[in-house]
Design a protein around this ligand. Structure first.
Ligand code: NAD
Ligand code: TYD
Length: 335
């Protein structure tokens, strides 16, 4: 099989490229990535020299490039996105460019080159925010995005569905909860907190810390996508979750405990505007149809993740000392 993976130099995309290269060594993988602040070729060093792997630097919104690449593949697996809610609050233009215009461009390329199989990687955030007693999101939950990030992902999901209904493009969509694990960019909750604690810095907990997310170890997400591209029903959406709802406070205390720190390291900071209260996922459809369920518990995954960040200091220190520093200063007023 020949795969075109977009955004394969980011967090989940690079984990997916490694996963596929290991499980299906004869598959050909082309990785198209613009290498924005979030893309990092260090994530893919182990694949350099692999004859079945090719990296192309470019924008998914570049019509000619994407049309050329789509000619020679069987499946497009689309991860590329602007992915950080806080950045979308500061400035959402890149989110519209990549998540909406870029996805549309990829769909056009898939359609114009013989209706290529297209898998769209999306998020549970498109469904909005749950109250404490609401049932978990499922495939029939109405869309209700509330941040510029989730609104741009919702737009992309709608376009993908429209290309299925209008042109018969063979698509699938996965809407997944919060991932964590190796190569997670250290602006997101878990890697930011773990790396700050290694550096003896404080961890900035938003608001009262009582917002709830569902967490999934990234390799489990890769396995879900693998099952969907090989056996998922065309035109269908699959909700993917970790059966692991936690408040941010619970996560913070667990990280502090595992890293031998105490609550003196917590700094309560101003809340995120429009901060979604709770996400939760009912993943019974993918469990019943494809036999998928999470295999790594939160406790085990968090321990593995902390170990990974301890063992890969050079990877995240390069990031934290680079361009990211300006963004962090804007967010938290630090120099
Ligand atoms: P990420 O920000 O770590 O990586 C995104 C990648 O896309 C980067 O390598 C970046 O260089 C690339 N990219 C950005 N704009 C591009 C463009 N115009 N052209 C080509 N490449 C471009 O993101 P992630 O956390 O790995 O998320 C991957 C996908 O999974 C996204 O679509 C996201 O919405 C979705 N998702 C993420 C999570 C999560 O918890 N991180 C959960 C559910 C779904
Ligand atoms: P994040 O990792 O940004 O993912 P998302 O917003 O896509 O769910 O944030 C996870 C949760 O952690 C979210 O409720 C916001 C909160 N949070 C903090 O409390 N402090 C932080 O520094 C960050 C980045 C997030």
């Amino acid at each position: 099989m020949k795969l075109l993976v977009t955004g394969g130099a980011g967090f989940i995309g690079s984990n997916f490229v490694h996963y596929i290269a290991k499980k299906y060594p004869d598959y050909q993988i082309t990785n198209l990535d613009l290498l924005t602040y979030a893309g990092n070729l260090e994530n893919l060093k182990a694949l350099e020299g692999n004859p079945n792997y090719k990296f192309v630097k470019g924008d998914i919104a570049d019509k000619d490039l994407v049309n050329d690449l789509a000619k020679d593949v069987d499946v497009i697996v689309h991860f590329a996105a602007e992915s950080h809610v806080d950045r979308s609050i500061l400035d959402s233009s890149a989110f519209i460019h990549t998540n909406v215009v870029g996805t549309h461009n990829l769909l056009e390329a898939a359609k114009n080159n013989g209706n290529k199989r297209f898998h769209h990687v999306s998020t549970d955030e498109v469904f909005g925010s749950l109250g404490p007693n609401d049932p978990a999101f499922n495939e029939n939950t109405p869309y209700d995005p509330r941040s510029p990030y989730s609104a741009s992902k919702a737009s992309s999901d709608h376009l993908v569905r429209a290309y299925y209904h209008t042109y018969g493009l063979p698509v699938t969509i996965s809407n997944c909860s919060n991932n964590y694990g190796p190569y997670h960019f250290p602006e997101k909750l878990i890697p930011l907190f773990v790396t700050n604690l290694i550096e003896d810095k404080k961890v900035p907990l938003y608001g009262d810390g009582m917002n709830i997310r569902d967490w999934l170890y990234v390799e489990d997400h890769c396995q879900a996508i693998d099952l969907i591209i090989h056996g998922g029903r065309i035109g269908e959406t699959y909700c993917v979750g970790g059966a692991s709802e936690k408040t941010n406070k619970e996560i913070t205390y667990k990280i502090l405990e595992l890293m031998g720190k105490d609550e003196g390291s917590i700094e309560f900071v101003k809340d995120r505007p429009g901060h979604d209260k709770r996400y939760a996922i009912d993943f019974s459809k993918i469990k019943n149809e494809l036999g998928w369920e999470p295999s790594v518990s939160f406790e085990e995954g968090l321990q593995k993740t902390i170990e990974w960040f301890k063992n890969n200091e050079a990877w995240w220190k390069n990031i934290k000392n680079g361009d990211y520093k300006n963004y962090y200063a804007k967010q938290y007023g630090e120099k």
